[in-house]
Design a binder for this molecule. Structure first.
Ligand code: CP
Ligand code: NVA
Length: 306
């Protein structure tokens, strides 16, 4: 059987995604109940990080440990990856020794190339273009708080970045309507806008975009790698700050999400994370459970499920 990878949400069918996030909720309950479930004894996860991380590193490493396996943190500073060993060679060698690999890097093409030469599943743990693992946790969190997201309205506020592109793919896979309110010049990738035009639209006025929304989401104004643009971006994005009063214009059942880390006083007001409509802490914790479900799915032929 050919190896399955998870480079974007489009690598899994809508049915597989739905099953996966339900399994994530089950794993969350098992973990909270103190149940020991170790299907990955003797298995190893390779974790390649070319960008910083708190949540992604801790959730993958802890998840693998809870499953009875082992995780290795690989930084370009300490491996030959940082000294120019070709991706093709690194992929062949690393995948000959570990069972599954996650990669956080800059160019999306790099994870695609790694996957092409890998004999084990590759997980995209964030590139400049997509962050699909975050969306698993986000969808799980929505289901846990509100049930199905099908036919709901989701509003993205801010930069048309990797998280926004992932929400566009999620709109297609989970069947919701996505409205994007982004400043001129920071709109989402036009090819993706065309591809997902049946479920994604741009909205001029950010306050209009919030109207009737069931979920409002934002992210940092300058992503990793864009630090030098921080000041220019702060000026352009100032009207796009998400506040409790913006949430008041939405559906009464609206939720607020942010992948974190958040910048209070920039993309969110100082009080937003304390608002009862914010579910960012559950969202962050669900990275652990969603990625455990993902690893279990990708290695299902090698393990015994319980
Ligand atoms: N949301 C997220 O991916 O966080 P980290 O950058 O801390 O991993
Ligand atoms: N868009 C952000 C997400 C961080 C989790 C970045 O790429 O830096």
């Amino acid at each position: 059987m050919s190896v399955r990878h998870f480079l974007t949400l489009l690598d899994l069918s809508p049915t597989e995604l739905e099953t996966l996030i339900r399994r994530a909720s089950e794993l969350r309950k098992m973990q909270h109940a103190g149940e020991v479930y170790q299907p990955f004894v003797g298995r190893t996860l390779g974790m390649i990080f070319e960008k910083s991380s708190t949540r992604t590193r801790i959730s993958f490493e802890t998840g693998m440990g809870q499953f009875g396996g082992h995780a290795i943190f690989l930084s370009p500073k300490d491996t030959q990856l940082g000294r120019g060993e070709p991706i093709e060679d690194s992929a062949r060698v690393i995948s000959s020794m570990v069972d599954i690999i996650m990669i956080r890097t800059f160019e999306h093409e790099k994870v695609e190339k790694f996957a092409e030469y890998s004999s084990v599943p590759i997980i995209n743990a964030l590139t400049d273009d997509f962050h699909p693992c975050q969306l698993l946790a986000d969808m799980q969190t929505y289901y846990e708080h509100r049930g199905s997201i099908k036919n709901k309205i989701v509003t993205w506020v801010g930069d048309g970045n990797n998280m926004c592109s992932s929400f566009m793919a999620a709109a297609n896979q989970f069947g919701f309507e996505l409205r994007v309110a982004a400043p001129y010049g920071f709109e989402p990738n036009p090819d993706l806008m065309e591809k997902f035009k049946h479920c994604v639209s741009l909205v001029e006025d950010v306050q209009d975009a919030a109207k009737d929304a069931h979920l409002i989401v934002t992210d940092v104004w300058a992503s990793m790698g864009q630090e030098s643009e921080q000041n220019t971006r702060a000026r352009r994005f100032a009207p796009y700050q998400v506040t409790p009063s913006m949430l008041d214009k939405a559906d009464p059942e609206v939720l607020f999400m942010h992948c974190l880390p958040a910048h209070r006083g920039e993309e969110i007001s100082h009080d937003l994370l304390d608002d009862p409509r914010s579910v960012v802490w559950d969202e962050a914790e669900n990275r652990l459970h969603a990625q455990k479900a993902l690893m279990e799915f990708l290695l299902q032929d090698k393990i015994k499920l319980s």
